[in-house]
Ligand binder design. Structure first.
Ligand SMILES: Cc1cc2nc3c(=O)[nH]c(=O)nc-3n(C[C@H](O)[C@H](O)[C@H](O)COP(=O)(O)OP(=O)(O)OC[C@H]3O[C@@H](n4cnc5c(N)ncnc54)[C@H](O)[C@@H]3O)c2cc1C
Length: 424
């Protein structure tokens, strides 16, 4: 990994985790004039930020746990192509998280969660664009809409509360049916009869390149990257001395924990027992596909997203509860391809292995679908920025701006109360 050093005596801030959230946060902190060191144990942008669906969607204010979600779970689990699977040996570990997940799905709570997510997601573009523009790669972000499609009016009606939440939060959408939908998006099967277009949404054509490009600009501007695993913090009397890593102590007077699904032990070391778990997700990507949609499509009946990427057609989704250590179950990726062919009849049934890639990653998931953004209990010089679940790419840059406010000692422009680490 390359690194460069910033001359001068600015206060040093250590950002732990080089995913979308960490890299965006490090970039905004550098703009504030801090000396910033980004600590990443692996490759930049190679965690959850590598293989997601790339969607930047203000429309994603709808939380994962909704009234009625629990009733759908048995059907999901029984269907081999269903959007959910649980490794049963993981259930005892997951049980407290699941209980909170179910409790957070009341009508009042989902309304509050959607309200909290709205400003984080609304600014997806205005927060990311200055970073990619500065990096000289604006083409990485495209604002060409996001289309949700349904196989039946009944499926569409089943999401009525989600659309009400969007209306309540002034998120515009247009409903199309039958021939209008097929003319608008010719690649999809005529079995899909209802479509909902969110014009203000968009996507990145390569999430990994987005993160790496912004990281390259961070390095060029004098930021530093250290390859190391953070183990804990050296602090006394509320002041931070540095981050303890497997490569020794990295001195810093402030730090940010942005380790995605792996953040829990670092927060626990600072007295915050946050209920962070992971919803593992998969993708299958077909290079040089026979057909591709004009914009990302959510198959809202089967619950996966197909995104036209610069590297091919990516079908991403599924939720698998199996923790951080279990090996991937590649059947989940194969199912995504089966579902993809159902959505895009023009996609060939078989592809040479050289044109297919598969991926599994760890969504950093909180039971109330809200991230953790706030100061650590035992050392306020450490700020948390993790737990963005299904919307971490879209909300990473806006999170970085809020964290920069906190570290600079300004009242954040975003109301951070709903994201407090101590809310549970
Ligand atoms: C299938 C799928 C589809 C998705 N689709 C979308 C989408 O369309 N739009 C969207 O907005 N979001 C989407 N998401 C969610 C999104 O990918 C995540 O929320 C986001 O990538 C989280 O970013 P992060 O920076 O918090 O975590 P990560 O990208 O996981 O980065 C965390 C980094 O921290 C490093 N790290 C961990 N522990 C340590 C340590 N102790 N020391 C040093 N480094 C450490 C890791 O190596 C990693 O690089 C999707 C997720 C999946 C799985």
């Amino acid at each position: 990994m390359t690194s460069s050093s910033k001359p001068g005596t600015a206060r040093t801030v250590a950002v732990i985790g080089g995913g979308a959230v960490g890299v965006a946060t490090a970039s905004f902190l550098l703009r504030e004039g801090f000396d910033v060191v980004l600590i990443e144990r692996g490759g930049l942008g190679e965690g959850a930020s590598f293989g997601n669906a790339g969607v930047l969607a203000p429309s994603s204010v709808v939380p994962m746990s909704m009234p009625g979600t629990l009733m759908k779970v048995p059907g999901y689990l029984l269907d081999p192509l269903g959007p959910l699977s649980i490794r049963w040996s993981y259930l005892p570990t997951l049980a407290p998280w699941l209980a909170r997940f179910v409790r957070s799905g009341t009508r009042e709570r989902v309304q509050a969660q959607a309200r909290a997510l709205k400003p984080l997601l609304d600014d997806s573009f205005s927060a990311w664009l200055p970073l990619v523009r500065h990096a000289g790669n604006e083409v990485l972000i495209q604002r060409d809409g996001f289309l949700a499609v349904y196989r039946s009016e009944a499926d569409f009606a089943g999401d009525a509360l989600g659309f009400q939440l969007r209306r309540d939060n002034d998120i515009p959408f247009e409903v199309m049916r039958g021939a209008d939908l097929w003319a608008f998006e010719p690649s999809i099967s005529r079995d899909y009869t209802v479509g909902v277009l969110f014009r203000q949404c968009g996507h990145t054509i390569n999430p990994n390149r987005l993160v790496r490009t912004v990281a390259d600009a961070f390095l060029r501007d004098g930021g530093r990257v250290v390859q190391a695993r953070a183990l804990g913090f050296a602090h006394a009397g509320g002041a931070l001395q540095g981050v303890q890593t497997d490569a020794g102590l990295i001195p810093a007077s402030a730090a940010v924990v942005a380790c995605g699904a792996h953040s829990r032990p670092l927060a626990a070391g600072l007295g915050d027992d946050v209920p962070l778990d992971t919803e593992r997700g998969y993708h299958v990507l077909i290079a040089d596909p026979e057909t591709r949609p004009l914009r990302p499509i959510l198959d809202a009946s089967a619950k996966f997203v197909s995104t036209p990427m610069e590297t091919g057609l990516r079908m991403a989704g599924t939720v698998e509860f199996a923790g951080l250590d279990a090996p991937p179950d590649w059947k989940r990726a194969a199912h995504l391809f089966t579902l993809g062919r159902r959505l895009f009849p023009g996609l060939a049934p078989h592809h040479p292995e050289a044109r297919v890639s598969r991926w599994m990653g760890f969504r950093p998931s909180m039971p109330d679908s809200l991230p953790v953004i706030g100061r650590a209990s035992a050392c306020p010089a450490v700020v948390y920025a993790f737990g963005h679940g299904h919307v971490g790419l879209a909300s990473a840059a806006r999170t970085g701006m809020a964290v920069a406010d906190l570290v600079a000692g300004r009242p954040p422009a975003l109301d951070l109360a709903p994201f407090a680490p101590t809310r549970f």
